[in-house]
Design a binder for this molecule. Structure first.
Ligand code: FES
Ligand code: FES
Length: 150
């Protein structure tokens, strides 16, 4: 058995400890907000937070989550409703595929950075690829959130 918390709720599952977290989320627990992109740790579509830090869930075994907190896009509402609102206000998504990874990365960044500059935002978000090129809207939504948290 592997035990962890998913968006604040405790979970115990029987699974191969080597199975990537992404598979557990999508195929075992039916949390399909997190997406499968490259499967090789390169695109960021599968990003979730492990104890608050962004990780690539497609290449991280579930055994790494033992006793820890996994946060997915489905769990952002509670502490990041302003970020979600600004995302909507700025009409950030196009196809939407990369967006859950973008959102959890942005949420983790904002947790640790109260007044970042443009460069810091760009560097923090640079590992999350968007094929639709929504980068400027992503930055705008993040900056609006920073302003609102003032
Ligand atoms: S799907 Fe995990 S980094 Fe691309
Ligand atoms: S919105 Fe389409 S890949 Fe980012």
């Amino acid at each position: 058995m592997i035990s962890f918390y998913l968006n604040g709720k405790s979970q115990s599952i029987s699974a191969d400890p080597k199975m990537p977290i992404l598979w557990i989320l999508r195929d075992v627990l039916n949390f399909t907000g997190t997406k499968y992109g490259c499967g090789a740790g390169l695109c960021g579509a599968c990003t979730v937070l492990l104890d608050g830090n962004p990780i690539r869930s497609c290449i991280t075994p579930i055994s790494f989550a033992e006793g820890k907190q996994i946060t997915t896009v489905e769990g952002l509402e509670k502490e990041n409703s302003d970020l979600l609102d600004n995302w909507q206000k700025e009409n950030v998504p196009q196809c939407g595929f990369c967006q859950s990874g973008q959102l959890v990365t942005a949420a983790a960044f904002l947790q640790n950075n109260t007044n970042p500059g443009d460069d810091e935002i760009e560097i923090a978000m640079s590992g999350n690829i968007c094929r639709c090129g929504t980068y400027s809207r992503i930055k705008k939504a993040i900056k609006e959130t920073i302003k609102g948290r003032g």
